[in-house]
Design a protein around this ligand. Structure first.
Ligand code: FE2
Length: 309
């Protein structure tokens, strides 16, 4: 199959907006989020990106870097806060109540297969949606790039609608199972479980996905309902399709790039990565010149005006 990247748009705001944002790099003590929000052009630009998602695109990369120069991490954080406020209501992502979560490797020994959360490791793979540890459905995933790894950490996207088409044409048995209930755990949020299919349909009768295999496997173990051979077969078919290079697009996000997707229609992941040997996490880095760890800011957004779900 020919790779179809047209479902993702790459969008750069106009020069005036970029100049304003660059000027904020020096305004460390001011309320930059409000300065950004009060700029009408910025607001219109973000709204126009959101409208692309309502008219057929499944994702947009908002590119906030000026003349190939990266903005300061603090400015990128403020832009991310402003963008998420314009898009809708942020959803709580963990038991601490955080609505903006920093994605970076906490410890090279951590693994998603031994209970870690994907966003706290350096592991790649496990192409997924983020809407897995909450039964309620929200709309948009934001992944905002603050800094890159020394090597790896490419972003991987897969068009869920295309995967559904292949399942419908060639793997009807697997599709019928993926449309039935599985158990899910609310890892990192609460010690409870819920049931939901992997593939459902929204109000527009478009296929939607809920998928992160390790979280589901552990839920089935914990509730003592082992996955059946037919369920395992269906998950293996799905993983094989998600991992096939012809179904993926890959690209590196640069600092200042904000990936905005319809979470339940674009599955995502990354390649494994390594930070610089002497890198530091963003919260400890203020006083040193050490390189930052690969850092993304993640938000989950519910759009009150959405008709998709
Ligand atoms: Fe994710």
């Amino acid at each position: 199959m020919k790779k179809n990247i047209r479902y993702i748009d790459f969008s750069r705001p106009n020069t005036n907006i970029l100049k304003l944002l660059k000027s904020l790099d020096k305004n460390k003590d001011k309320d930059n989020v409000n300065t950004i929000l009060s700029n009408k052009s910025f607001k219109n630009y973000v709204e126009s990106c959101k409208n692309k998602l309502k008219h057929g695109k499944l994702g947009v990369v908002l590119q906030f870097n000026y003349k190939n120069k990266y903005l300061a991490p603090d400015t990128i954080i403020d832009i991310t806060k402003a963008v998420s406020l314009i898009l809708g209501k942020k959803i709580v992502q963990n038991e601490k109540g955080d609505k903006l979560v920093y994605v970076f490797d906490r410890d090279r020994n951590l693994s998603i297969n031994s209970g870690g959360r994907y966003h706290q490791t350096r592991e790649g793979g496990s192409i997924h949606t983020d809407n897995v540890n909450l039964k309620i459905k929200w709309d948009y995933l934001i992944l905002s790039c603050v800094s890159r790894a020394e090597i790896g950490g490419e972003t991987i996207l897969v068009n869920g609608k295309e995967i559904y088409k292949i399942l419908k044409k060639k793997f009807k048995l697997a599709l019928s199972i993926l449309r039935k209930n599985f158990y899910w755990e609310k890892r990192g949020i609460s010690e409870s479980f819920y049931k939901s299919p992997i593939i459902e349909f929204n109000k527009k009768k478009e296929p939607t996905f809920r998928y992160l295999r390790p979280y589901m496997v552990s839920a089935h173990e914990k509730v003592k309902k082992p996955l059946s051979p037919l369920q395992l077969y269906s998950l293996d078919v799905l993983d094989s399709l998600l991992e096939a290079p012809e179904n993926q697009i890959r690209f590196n996000l640069s600092p200042g790039d904000i990936l905005l997707t319809i979470d339940n229609q674009v599955l995502h992941g990354r390649t494994s990565f390594s930070d610089f040997y002497n890198s530091e996490e963003i919260f400890k880095n203020k006083e040193t010149l050490a390189p930052l760890k690969r850092t993304m800011i993640r938000a989950w957004i519910k759009d009150s005006a959405s008709q998709r779900i």
